[in-house]
Design a protein around this ligand. Structure first.
Ligand code: PA5
Length: 434
């Protein structure tokens, strides 16, 4: 099978007319993305990024990752929004579910995350964990001025300098920021940190395949060359309009459903490791489409866990939702339900079956129930969870997001609304100038 397949059959049934009608709009939107003729076209650097990523950049990132791996037991990735969600999504998807319960092995540091909240407890507890430990910092901010990561970095930098000494700390800090602007660039140049540049024409939420995502992913021990290769494959197969372009198909289907009154899309997984992939996706679609009082609200659930909390709403609540399921065809290992002589729990009817078979039947049963209950359902099937399929999935969602946003009639590449809370917060904090 291909790295990724998309099945829209169980959604088409609900809005086939509108899907057939939006073909031309999709072609126009795809052209805007590919040829840079739409609003926000100065932020299209992600479109050909995978195929244009130089091998030397990936080698350099791997060398930096090796330095951090060799010298750290913990590497704290400091960033917020697009400056951390992609790395966390991939690292969580590829890690052992219980990785954080194991002590770090030499050369295999744990990647931690900070700067995505302003919680005093989170900060203090992180400091406590890092007390006396060998740690490093990857600080990521495109603007270089975002409050949350700036506070976290100020604290962690001071701690690292105290613990390791200022000279050693310099080699344990890597900054990823703008080529020339912003406070982080000034600081990094002044302190002599190794730096990577976030390209001007790539917005935060589209930046996971730049050093923003690639360095923390490499530090976690994953193969960034395979990740980029997966993305290149998807880049090549989504350049032109047609049935083979699954990004275009997904964008068309969700816009047809939206036009039919389905205002909320729920991204569903049946693998807990994909929880943060959902979070990354929520940012990508929420910030790209939610503007001008328009846009599908991106929600997410982890099944079967949330079938026991949100299941009732999805089955019988207001019929304004549709689902997109990410299904992983093959788990990494094989485990079966054991037989039990007493059979007090009545489970012997499934004894000997793989746990994944039970999961897949839950998936199928849920799809049937939700479709019967009036919830259109799309399915994205990944062959297995690995760097290649995740690279393809990331690019698939990015491309579909660009097409979908243009079909909706918004500029998918700005986020003016994000500033509103900041202005109020700065005023309340009496920041000079506010
Ligand atoms: O997608 C976006 O543009 C935002 O979510 C940013 O990534 C986020 O606000 C962090 O910004 P910065 O990297 O400038 O610190």
């Amino acid at each position: 099978m291909k790295a990724i397949e998309l099945n829209i059959e169980k959604a088409l049934y609900f809005a086939e007319g509108k899907f057939n009608d939006n073909k031309d709009a999709a072609v126009e939107a795809l052209t805007k993305v590919e040829e840079g003729t739409g609003a926000g076209n100065d932020f299209l650097g992600w479109v050909n990024l995978p195929s244009e990523t130089p091998a030397e950049l990936l080698d350099r990132i791997n060398a930096t990752a090796k330095r951090l791996q060799d010298n750290c037991d913990y590497v704290v990735c400091v960033g917020i929004g697009g400056s951390y969600l992609g790395a966390k999504a991939v690292n969580t998807a590829l890690a052992d579910n219980f990785e954080y319960y194991y002590a770090p092995n030499p050369g295999e540091p744990k990647v931690l995350y900070a700067g995505q909240n302003i919680s005093e407890d989170y900060t203090a507890e992180l400091e406590k964990l890092l007390d006396g430990k060998r740690f490093g910092i990857i600080v990521i901010s495109k603007s270089g001025t975002t409050t949350e990561p700036a506070i976290a970095f100020r604290i962690l930098k001071e701690k690292l300098e105290k613990q390791a000494g200022k000279t050693a700390a310099k080699d344990l800090i890597v900054a990823i920021t703008d080529a020339s602007k912003g406070a982080l660039r000034t600081l990094a140049d002044q302190e002599g940190y190794e730096t990577y540049v976030i390209p001007d024409n790539v917005g935060g939420r589209f930046s996971v395949l730049t050093p923003v995502g690639l360095l923390p992913i490499a530090v976690a021990g994953h193969d960034i060359k395979k990740l980029v290769a997966g993305a290149v494959e998807m880049e090549n197969s989504t350049k032109h309009s047609g049935d083979g372009n699954i990004a275009e198909t997904y964008a068309r289907m969700r816009n047809a459903l939206y036009a039919d009154g389905k205002k909320i899309e729920i991204l569903v997984n049946f693998e807990p490791k994909l929880h943060y992939f959902n979070e990354w996706w929520k940012q990508l679609y929420g910030e790209s489409e939610g503007k001008d009082h328009k846009g599908i609200f991106p929600a997410a659930v982890d099944f079967t866990t949330d079938l026991h909390s949100m299941g009732q709403w999805i089955q019988e609540g207001e019929r304004t939702i549709f689902e997109t399921v990410i299904s992983v065809a093959k788990p990494a290992v094989e485990r079966r339900v054991p037989s039990d002589e007493a059979n007090l729990d009545g489970l012997n009817y499934m004894a000997g079956k793989r746990i994944d078979e039970v999961n897949k039947m839950a998936e199928l049963g849920t799809q049937m129930a939700h479709v019967d209950g009036g919830v259109p359902n799309m399915r994205i099937v990944l062959d297995s969870l690995n760097e290649h399929t995740l690279g393809a999935l990331i690019y698939f969602f990015e491309k579909a997001c660009g097409i979908s946003g243009y079909m909706l009639g918004v500029n998918p590449f700005n986020q003016p609304g994000v500033e509103a809370y900041k202005k109020n917060m700065f005023k309340l904090l009496k920041k000079p100038g506010y």
